[in-house]
Design a protein around this ligand. Structure first.
Ligand SMILES: *Cc1c(COP(=O)(O)O)cnc(C)c1O
Length: 354
């Protein structure tokens, strides 16, 4: 295989050793004579994967017992609807809008019930100490890392006393520890950082389950997934299987503290190169809110974008164009990316001449 550096924002890079392990046992899963994707989800082999993944996540993120961990389908955007469907209960969802994904979550919530933006920021996170919240907030919702805009909360925002905080961690799940005392629900679509697309993990405080609005599809009911151990219907077995291998890989590599340290190191290499050459590159994100996993930037001379991308591809870099909605460039640095990737990219940025 040619050596390339895969900076895809999602589906993102997975550890090479995980893909190799999956390849090795794809035709014959651990001596059972069939592939893992050919087995009933009611077999011990599949149930064991879900149990193992659940326990791995509980251990890696120190998830307290009062939180249920379960897996759903339909990706991130389906969760945009499931959050209000399960939590609104006639009240108002309060959204911190910091980029494309939190804005989309707010729009989806408005289809289900009452929801409003308590703050809107561009290229920064809001200061939640002096916000005016809706009168009867059901929850406060934020996107911990805006994958398109590269805006990441340095610490969880503060919700009003007694109001659960809900976080979309799709692109930075398993990249740092989570403070559970501050959160009611954390969820993440898998395809950015820990499995192929088609799997979403939801981690919800048990007392927040069971409030599904009437007239909602029964498959929207979080409590159903908790009760049925993530199998109210056929689950995405292959995705669960890869996720379990990835979780074991994270543990073997030193856990989420190690992932956090590496994320800081990787992203610092790029931000240093960007800050060194303000004549060539432009970033619009406030320093305190710079993402450790998605680094978007622009060329001062946008006419040279195609040149820059072609030169980068000759160096073996792949998938580093910005999201269609914002343009420019974006380098994504998920857990599986070796330090060597951003190191080379930073060198390339320093050497590039328009
Ligand atoms: C990609 C992404 C989503 C949407 O995920 P889909 O599975 O494509 O619906 C939601 N939130 C964040 C932060 C994302 O990065």
């Amino acid at each position: 295989m040619p050596q390339i550096w895969n900076f895809s924002a999602g589906p993102g890079m997975l550890p090479h050793s995980v893909l190799e392990a999956a390849q090795k046992e794809f035709l014959d899963y651990r001596g059972l004579g069939a592939s893992i994707v050919e087995m009933s989800h009611r077999t011990h082999a599949v149930e064991a994967i879900v149990e193992s993944l659940t326990e791995e996540l509980r251990g890696l993120l120190s998830i307290p017992e009062e939180f249920e961990i379960f897996f759903t389908q339909g990706g991130g955007r389906t969760q945009f609807a499931m959050v209000p469907a399960n939590l609104l209960r006639g009240k108002t969802g309060a959204y911190l809008v910091t980029g494309l994904w939190s804005a989309a979550a707010l729009e989806e919530a408005k289809r289900i019930g009452r929801a409003e933006a308590a703050a809107r920021t561009t290229g920064d996170v809001p200061d939640t100490s002096d916000l005016s919240w809706p009168e009867d907030p059901a929850y406060v919702y934020y996107c911990d890392n805006e994958t398109v805009h590269g805006v990441e909360f340095p610490a969880p925002p503060t919700a009003p006393e007694g109001v659960p905080l809900v976080a979309d961690m799709s692109s930075n799940f398993l990249t740092r520890p989570i403070d559970w005392s501050r959160h009611g629900v954390v969820w993440a679509a898998a395809q950015k950082n820990f499995a192929p697309a088609g799997l979403t993990v939801v981690i919800a405080r048990r007392d927040l389950l069971g409030g599904l609005l009437p007239h909602m599809p029964s498959m929207f009911d979080w409590s159903l997934y908790a009760r049925e151990k993530s199998m109210p219907n056929t689950p995405p077995v292959f995705q669960l299987y890869i996720a379990d291998l990835v979780a074991k890989w994270v543990r073997a590599e030193g856990g989420v503290e190690a992932m956090h340290r590496r994320a800081l190191e990787r992203s610092a290499l790029l931000y240093e190169a960007l800050d060194e050459r303000p004549d060539l590159y432009e970033t619009t994100v406030a320093k305190r809110a710079r993402s450790r996993v998605n680094v978007p930037f622009r060329l001062r001379d946008p006419e040279r974008l195609a040149d820059f991308i072609a030169a980068g591809e000759r160096e073996g870099f792949r998938q580093f164009a910005g999201h269609a909605s914002v343009g420019g460039l974006r380098v994504s640095l998920y857990n599986a990316m070796p330090l060597e990737g951003p190191r080379r990219f930073a060198e390339f940025m320093r050497a590039w001449r328009p």
